[in-house]
Design a protein around this ligand. Sequence first.
Ligand SMILES: Nc1ncnc2c1ncn2[C@@H]1O[C@H](COP(=O)(O)OP(=O)(O)OP(=O)(O)O)[C@@H](O)[C@H]1O
Length: 406
Amino acid sequence: QNIYDIHYQRLSLAVQDSMALSNEVANEVVSSIHAVRSFNTEKQEAQRYDDRLMETHTLRTRRDTVRAVYLLARRLTGLVMQVLMLYYGRLFIRSGQMTTGNLVSFILYQSDLGESIRTLTYIFGDMLNSVGAAGKVFEYLDRKPQVSTEGKLKPDQLTGDISFRGVNFAYPASPNKRVLQDFSLELKAGQMTALVGSSGEGKSTCVSLLERYYEQQDGEILLDNEPLKSYDHRFLHKKIAVVSQQPVLFSGSIRDNIAYGVAECSLDEIQEAARKANAHEFIIQLEKGYDTEVGEGGGQLAQSEKQRIAIARALVRQPQVLILDEITSSLDPESENKIQQALASCPNQTLLVIAHRLKTIEKAHQIVLIGDGQVQERGTHQDLMEEKGRYYKLREKLFTEGNSPQ
Ligand SMILES: Nc1ncnc2c1ncn2[C@@H]1O[C@H](COP(=O)(O)OP(=O)(O)OP(=O)(O)O)[C@@H](O)[C@H]1O
């Protein structure tokens, strides 16, 4: 029974894992159907899914064969036992060691007892299987997040000053590749700071650390002179809002998406945020206005419309710190100008902007150029242009490559 239980449990787990992989493939392909169609890879993807299903099928067949052999063996053992009982019973009756009545009562009692023992072993086997399946669930429930969420700080007043002090960071997936090295930076409340630099230098990583998606290995990040990790994480996410490169919308109305995560949010507040994000005009032109459905993942809207709704969603929370990570890629310069003017009207907000379009950040109070995981240059646009350093060269490069920094 034990040998069977161990074997069956191992195969059941393998079947579960294999089914999860098949579903993952199906999910990935369906959600990226545009890419699949445009690269004409429907057949390959169908084949990939088919291969996964075949793996599941093979594992299921193996598991069911093991079960069939086990059931057969159990039945045969029962039959052999009954034959042996009758055979030896007859021998004992013949030799006078046992009466026929004894044998009949023995058979009756043993069938009751045997049934009960068999039930116990079935229950035990079933329990082991359920434990195997539940083990996966408990494995996830028991996982301790690497980034602690145990901070308790929720001050009534928050200024919004942020400082990175000697931060060293490598992603858990590539622990030997330092993305930030002894990185130090101050973001002042009420000011706009722009992070610039070549691709892959760690600008978005700074945002991920501020959002506490990851924990730095050394150094500290302070908000109002308190380490980020000592803040209550719900409080922190209410005060720091991010608009990312790829805005994520949820199926539902535009109104639901803007008010996402804010318990009490009036239509006036939603419209005010949409105006600042330069989204109000296009929304009211839609047939159902703020009640228009955006579709799954916002699929029924243009990229720039999604981006503007994402900005309104960040603004409606009235965050103390607002981070715009490369939002310019899907906005035309006019929309961007309007949004920047609206943001400038929030004088106490700490604004961090990551931009490739260098023209858009010329008005920033400080421009920080990141390179080799450190701050390479810092100052106003004027300062950095006069310095004729890497910022100056980056702008020159964009001009000579024909990519106007606008
Ligand atoms: N989740 C991750 N796991 C491992 N490495 C990562 C991860 N995310 C980013 N990286 C690596 O970290 C480095 C910095 O990435 P980051 O996204 O911060 O750059 P960036 O300056 O924002 O680039 P871009 O301007 O192209 O957005 C890159 O070399 C990238 O490959």
